[in-house]
Design a protein around this ligand. Structure first.
Ligand SMILES: Nc1nc2c(ncn2[C@@H]2O[C@H](COP(=O)(O)OP(=O)(O)OP(=O)(O)O)[C@@H](O)[C@H]2O)c(=O)[nH]1
Length: 302
């Protein structure tokens, strides 16, 4: 599109002014000013986004707080820090935030702005664009890539990432953390006797049974095949044992639609030792699990 075309309304001959053109943009362009006393306002603000309910352009031209007050509480410190960093080092702002609307719904907004020195402070030239739909799609994709297809539990990647987060938390605060590995016993026989589809059904049912029995803060995931893991935050070994025992008993008693005494599980436990690598913790839980299998299965070993 040539510049001349861009300045004509709907591609017709009638020319439109820059402001009318800006008002039609699917977003917002702005100038944002912060004076030496920290007062902020928008000397220029245009675009279709300025028509959002609750956004008063005239008030914003006097005082930016009218918009900053509408930022989601979680995002507010991050946005303010980005403005501060940009003002101090004259680096561009690139951030995103949620803007609360009067309907109590909120929209995700991406913001890019370039700072420059102004006599009275710092002046930014920037744009904002609504990215609510993209953020929803991103969340959906992340959930898909984090989830085990068959059982709907966290997959290995997600579980290991949550384990790493909990290890970091435990290291920082000195709080206890345990890891439980669960392996269904003789699962090959389930498949061989009842067929692979029934095997899949058992795995799904096992997943929802375990999910129901665990506490809200416990994180269960499927490591692969018939092996599962549970990250138990704020839980020392002495407290994880009864939990594992309850789970083991519930599995042994549950009717999976196979023959009686049908399905059992072996469980290995280990408590995180301050400073040990994540894989060492997994190895120790795995050794406990192996011991449970060796000792006859359908048991908990720590
Ligand atoms: N139906 C089904 N079976 C699976 C799936 N993933 C792994 N398996 C089966 O799980 C079985 C695991 O067998 P093994 O590793 O020999 O262990 P096991 O028979 O459970 O014996 P122990 O663990 O020693 O008690 C294999 O037959 C795999 O095919 C799955 O997604 N669906």
């Amino acid at each position: 599109m040539t510049e001349e075309n861009a300045m004509t309304g709907g591609g017709l001959d009638e020319p439109v002014g820059l402001h009318a053109f800006a008002a039609r943009l699917p977003g917002v362009i702005f100038q944002f000013h912060r004076d030496h006393n920290g007062h902020m306002h928008f000397p220029y603000l245009a675009g279709s986004g300025t028509g959002l309910p609750g956004i008063d352009r005239d008030r914003l031209s006097q005082d930016a707080r009218h918009m900053l007050e509408r930022l989601n509480a979680e995002d507010y410190p991050r946005v303010m820090a980005a403005i501060e960093r940009s003002a101090r080092w004259r680096v561009p702002i690139a951030t995103k935030f949620r803007l609360r609307l009067p309907s109590r719904r909120s929209r995700w907004v991406a913001l890019r702005a370039q700072p420059e020195d102004a006599k009275t402070g710092v002046l930014w030239h920037g744009l904002m664009i609504d990215i609510t739909e993209q953020m929803a799609e991103e969340t959906r994709l992340r959930r898909l890539s984090d989830t085990d297809d068959l059982t709907g539990l966290a997959n290995r990647r997600r579980l290991i990432s949550r384990l790493d987060e909990e290890i970091a938390r435990s290291t920082r605060h000195g709080t206890p953390l345990s890891l439980m590995l669960i392996d269904l016993d003789h699962f090959k026989q389930v498949n061989d006797t009842w067929g692979h589809l029934q095997g899949d059904q058992v795995l799904t049912e096992f997943a929802s049974l375990s999910d129901r029995l665990l506490r809200e803060e416990d994180i269960i995931g499927r490591l692969g095949g018939e092996e599962f893991a549970v990250v138990l935050p704020l839980t020392p070994l002495v407290a994880s044992r009864p939990l594992a025992e309850r789970l083991r008993a519930a599995i042994a008693e549950h009717d999976f639609g196979l023959s009686p005494g049908q399905l059992t599980a072996s469980i290995g436990l280990a408590e995180y030792r301050l400073g040990e690598p994540r894989d060492t913790l997994i190895d120790r839980a795995d050794q406990s699990l192996y011991a449970a299998k060796r000792q006859g299965r359908n048991r908990v070993v720590s």
